[in-house]
Design a protein around this ligand. Structure first.
Ligand code: URA
Length: 205
């Protein structure tokens, strides 16, 4: 069974490596499909590959990756057992932010990764990956709070690069990793999120 899934994931990685669906392929050295075992129960989703990721074809191997490794180690999570990927798989020129069309065209790859790996918990790093699950939220408001969406548990966090650029965020990110640890250790997850009734509905009562 794992073998079939392994093959499906490898075939998907190959598809990403050959992808020419958006203009980002022109400037890439390597596409960066994702890294980790197909049976990972924990999945991290970042934003987009940077310089070092583009050079090596592996996600989170630059400065943000080193910080992510540190956070994982402190939380007692082995990077070798988690799956790490990004919302878009090719480096935007000059590390600019991903554009909506790039996110849209790349989305089916991420959807298939989630389907094949079927992780118990998805950690979103930064707003691009968080917005896939919670389109109207802000990382500054919801970080560190696990939430179920369509039967999946999401755990939104700041992007590690944000804490590198803004050192005051470092302790927040570290605290969120401790919460992630607690979640993995069996902390109860709130039931499926349902938005509060809007003002019009409230006025009926
Ligand atoms: N930042 C990301 O969002 N992803 C990477 O792979 C590296 C840095």
């Amino acid at each position: 069974m794992v073998n079939n899934r392994e093959q499906a994931l490898e075939a998907l990685h190959d598809q990403v490596r050959a992808c020419k669906l958006c203009p980002l392929y022109v400037g890439r050295t390597h596409a960066v499909p994702g890294d980790g075992p197909v049976n990972a129960t924990l999945m991290f989703i970042g934003e987009a590959p940077g310089f070092h990721e583009d050079q090596q074809g592996i996600p989170f191997v630059g400065a943000a990756g080193r910080f992510l490794n540190e956070l994982l180690e402190k939380a007692g999570i082995d990077r070798g057992v988690v799956y790490i990927t990004n919302v878009i798989k090719c480096r935007p020129p000059g590390n600019r932010e991903p554009q909506i069309e790039e996110v849209d065209v790349c989305a089916p790859y991420l959807d298939q990764q989630i389907e094949i790996i079927n992780p118990q918990v998805i950690v979103t790093l930064g707003r691009y990956s968080m917005n896939r699950a919670f389109p109207d939220e802000k990382v500054s408001v919801v970080h560190g709070q696990p939430r179920k969406v369509n039967g999946r548990v999401y755990f939104p966090m700041y992007h590690p690069a944000a804490a590198l650029h803004q050192p005051s965020l470092r302790s927040t990110v570290e605290a969120d990793f401790s919460r992630l640890r607690a979640l993995l250790d069996g902390e109860v997850i709130p039931e499926e999120f349902t938005p509060p009734p809007d003002v019009e509905q409230l006025s009926l009562f």
